[in-house]
Design a protein around this ligand. Sequence first.
Ligand SMILES: Cc1ncc(COP(=O)(O)O)c(C=O)c1O
Length: 371
Amino acid sequence: MIPITRLYVGQEEADAAAEAVLSGWLSVGPRAAKFEELVAEQVGAKHAVAVNSATTGLHLALAALGIGPGDEVICPSFTFIATPNSIRYTGATPVFAEIDERTYNIDPAHVEQLITPRTKAIMPASQIGLPADLHALKEIARKHGLHLVEDAAPAYGATIDGVRLGTISDITVFSFDARKILTTGEGGVVTTDDSEVAAKLKALRAHAASISTLTRHTSTAVISESYDEVGFNYKMTDIQAAVGVVQLGKLDHVVKTRRSLAARYDELLAGNASLVLPHEPAGFGHVYQSYLVRLTDHARIDVMNAMAQRGVATRRITACHLEPVYHAGDATPSLSVTERVAADHILLPHFVGLTDEEQDEVVDALNAATA
Ligand SMILES: Cc1ncc(COP(=O)(O)O)c(C=O)c1O
């Protein structure tokens, strides 16, 4: 089977994890601090806060901004279910906006139409590794006094006009799960230039304790923490962080390889008139966490089944507003572009280590299934 992804981790990550295990400190500690320092430097942000997933990072970001019951947060429906779920965790309501038909990212014009007195934030997703139209969204956010909290889970290393994601939005959240650009198994990181928000994120991630465990452990005086509000346990372990430190060093290679694999797919699939290939707008640096094609005249399920029978795995992204957890009967919004794209696209195997032979087989299988 040619899988949808294959991990790009090896001896160096194994050694780093072993070293962390034997160090005597497993929870969030010096390696997490190093990971945060390197992420902040790599994306150019003042602060990075390591967490145990992007999902918890998104929840933490909204909680740090005081978003809660009665508030609305605008997000795309064409995203992973964790995006709206993170909004629901706070008690706020996710309001689903339409996507752009070429980039599959949230449509700023529709976002503006959905703003009400209850709206507190916009949460775009930089889906499958292509940045959302963040500058347009930022302008709307500023105009209406809203926060811009970006779900950049699949887009670590992606750029707009050469600037890496991580500072354009007020708060940016990246995932380091097993299918992302870089991985710590499970994990995430939240970046911001706002020192007050960063301090709040760090406290809330660890039960809102006024003094961190590491500070208490390394103090020669007896110091006691206090708990002034309800926090969470969203800490990244030092084992994950040790793996992450190694992974960060691979970013340039990973992005370069994913982009060249995408260019090769573009070239090999250009002659197939039954497909719409990905679009990278000028100035946008796509990291191709996934390679997405739309099927213009074939039923998606038939194509996925035919490819699976030939040993090629494929996946798809859901329209969250149609999932039972968010479906609201007659009150469900009609998002025609989202519904069309959600129904007719597939994701192809795309990972560092995909060989030319494997990629040729994916292309042959797709061409045969859409002949
Ligand atoms: C757009 C998007 N948001 C959020 C997540 C959740 O990331 P994590 O698994 O780190 O919680 C994912 C991961 O699949 C994602 O693709």
